[in-house]
Design a protein around this ligand. Structure first.
Ligand code: SF4
Length: 583
């Protein structure tokens, strides 16, 4: 097959629209049945379709016709149905290693994991059959590493424990106290030890419905590792966690590895993926249409190939441009640009929590990254600057108009096109197209996935006329590709409008890539928060990384930041010289 057709019948308006689409297909006009309508369902025969592009133009939200790469010689592993998503290969876990998976959203990472975890039985592209048995699967993979893997699965030598991606769905299906949930799955009798390591003791007696996203994530990880398994699969183990927690979870996941087990992890935070994994598979293809898994690569090489956008061995280009990081942190410059907002000795009390901000200012055309733990007052400070919350003491100069994207996104039944009227009218090239919002235009906000809703919320913030844009955790739910695209959008937008931006985020690589300067939050979560900066990048990162106890070096090929192994030669040298941040 050279091309595939993806049809979402739910997005086709009515019978009349379907008949119209059928009538305009040039193949149908010759008397053949390329587009069929049976029981009100429109289907496309992929063997007859010539890829003329007429029907996707008539229904861009509902129909995609995609030419497959010429190099793709393999048959599918699984297809969800006629004209539905198809996956062509699988990642292969290896014993004694952490294997990472890197790829955009909607490319089949969760499908691949479900197949490996035996949650989904693959149909080898034949969706009319319910499922195939392991012998067929083993013979399909003959001669590859996956053959050995499925042989072990068949002999029941592999026991899998799987942490799903969407931990926020757990309270919808599981009720009761955290401790009761963990007791139920504790096959190893290690509840006490794991609860200690994952700092869960304080919430063990809380109800699952009452704990935060970050706590839910750690409970889900604990529930996974308490199972007696030899393949642990973690789908996005660090979402909702702050940087300190991300590093702790990474160390914890690495510590699980021994020669008798394997770990597979999907992760969008590139610094964390680089830190956790020994090897990676890249996944590419077309979102919501098809996915292909690359051969396995050592993690450094894999992340660099990903940034380059081109897999040489497979002759596949999945991005037009290469992503490179600056060789040096931004040069310290004296500010001749206008101060657009400033603060001095600001104090705010919220219950038992106290927030203090020393002296600081934001200048025109600056992007300032904000780093700090969860619960340390970042959102409160952003709200004070936005004028949504009044400080108890101190001074804020509000000479500016502020547009604010909150951390948690509100859902309603409004249509995307109505919420983003200004963006669709004025910023098609700057915001709508690069954020891929065109195809969501007729969706209700309540129908969107987390990543789609995030992109709408970012566009909603940027479309306002403002001098200062405050984006609170814009990378949450976005894949690594979207995070890098977002950096460029914000940078270009801020420059063009001669505005400024404050970015609160936990993805260190994203913050490093987007920021000119840094504000650092210190203190004790839920007790006190102290705001220092803005600092030059080098000074801010040094301060923040010292607090975390990690050092970061620069990759010689891409200049991207990489976390040094604790106590390695570089780690010790950098700590001794006080250079925690790569220079
Ligand atoms: Fe027909 Fe294929 Fe052209 Fe669509 S893309 S109109 S199905 S030939």
């Amino acid at each position: 097959m050279t091309r595939i057709a993806i049809v979402d019948n739910e997005k086709l308006k009515d019978a009349q629209q379907k008949l119209h689409i059928q009538s305009i297909c040039p193949v149908n006009r010759t008397g053949k049945e390329c587009i069929k309508i049976i029981d009100d369902k429109l289907t496309i025969d992929e063997h007859l379709c010539t890829g003329c592009g007429i029907c996707p133009k008539a229904a861009p939200n509902a129909i995609k016709i995609i030419n497959l790469p010429e190099e793709l010689k393999t048959n599918p592993i699984h297809r969800y149905g006629e004209n539905k998503f198809v996956i062509y290969s699988l990642p292969t876990p290896a014993f004694g290693r952490v294997t990472g998976i890197l790829g955009v959203n909607g490319i089949g990472k969760s499908t691949a994991i479900k197949i490996l975890a035996s949650v989904l039985k693959p149909n080898l592209g034949n969706w009319e059959r319910h499922e195939i048995d392991y012998d067929e699967l083993i013979s399909f993979f003959k001669g590859t590493e996956a053959q050995g893997f499925f042989e072990k699965v068949k002999k029941e030598e592999i026991k899998i424990a799987y942490k799903p991606q969407q931990v926020d769905l757990i309270p919808k299906t599981t009720k009761g106290k955290v401790i009761d949930l963990l007791k139920k799955v504790d096959e190893k009798g290690e509840l006490k030890k794991i609860a200690n390591e994952l700092q869960l003791n304080e919430i063990l007696n809380n109800d699952i419905s009452e704990i935060s996203g970050g706590e839910l994530q750690r409970v889900a990880i604990a529930a996974t590792v308490l199972k007696n398994a030899n393949l642990y699969i973690f789908d996005e183990p660090t979402s909702y966690l702050d940087i300190k927690q991300r590093i702790n979870i990474s160390k914890f996941i690495k510590s699980l590895i021994n020669e008798n087990n394997a770990v597979l992890a999907v992760e969008h935070d590139l610094i964390i993926l680089d830190y956790i994994a020994d090897f990676v598979h890249l996944m590419y293809g077309k979102e919501d249409a098809y996915g292909i898994v690359s051969g396995i690569k050592p993690v450094r090489n894999g992340v660099n190939v990903y940034l380059s956008g081109y897999i040489k061995e497979e002759n596949v280009r999945f991005r037009d441009s290469t992503i490179r990081f600056a060789e040096k942190p931004p040069i310290k410059k004296k500010h001749i640009k206008e101060v657009i907002t400033s603060w001095n000795a600001v104090e705010k009390k919220l219950g038992n929590f106290a927030l203090k901000a020393h002296k600081g200012a934001v200048h025109k055309n600056e992007i300032i990254g904000i780093l700090g733990e969860n619960g340390i007052g970042k959102t409160t400070f952003v709200k004070i600057l936005a004028g949504a919350l009044k400080q108890d003491d101190g001074e804020i100069t509000h000479k500016v108009k502020v547009s604010y994207k909150p951390q948690y996104l509100e859902v309603s039944d409004a249509l995307v096109v109505d919420v983003l009227k200004t963006a669709f009218n004025k910023y098609e090239n700057q915001i709508v197209n690069p954020l891929g919002l065109q195809q969501l235009s007729l969706n209700k906000l309540s129908e969107l996935s987390g990543g789609e809703l995030q992109r709408v919320a970012i566009a909603h913030c940027l479309q306002q006329d403002a001098d200062l844009y405050l984006l609170d955790e814009p990378s949450a739910y976005l894949d690594s590709e979207q995070r890098l695209i977002l950096s460029k959008i914000v940078r270009d937008f801020v420059e063009q409008k001669d505005a400024s931006a404050l970015i609160v985020d936990h993805d260190l690589l994203f913050v490093d890539y987007i920021s000119d300067k840094l504000i650092v939050f210190e203190g004790k979560p839920a007790v006190e928060g102290m705001i220092t900066g803005p600092f030059e990048m080098e000074d801010g990162m040094n301060k923040f990384l010292k607090e975390l106890g990690i050092t970061v070096r620069r990759d010689p090929e891409t200049n991207r930041p990489r976390v040094n192994k604790l106590d390695s030669r570089l780690d010790r040298e950098q700590k001794e010289s006080g250079k925690y941040y790569y220079t």
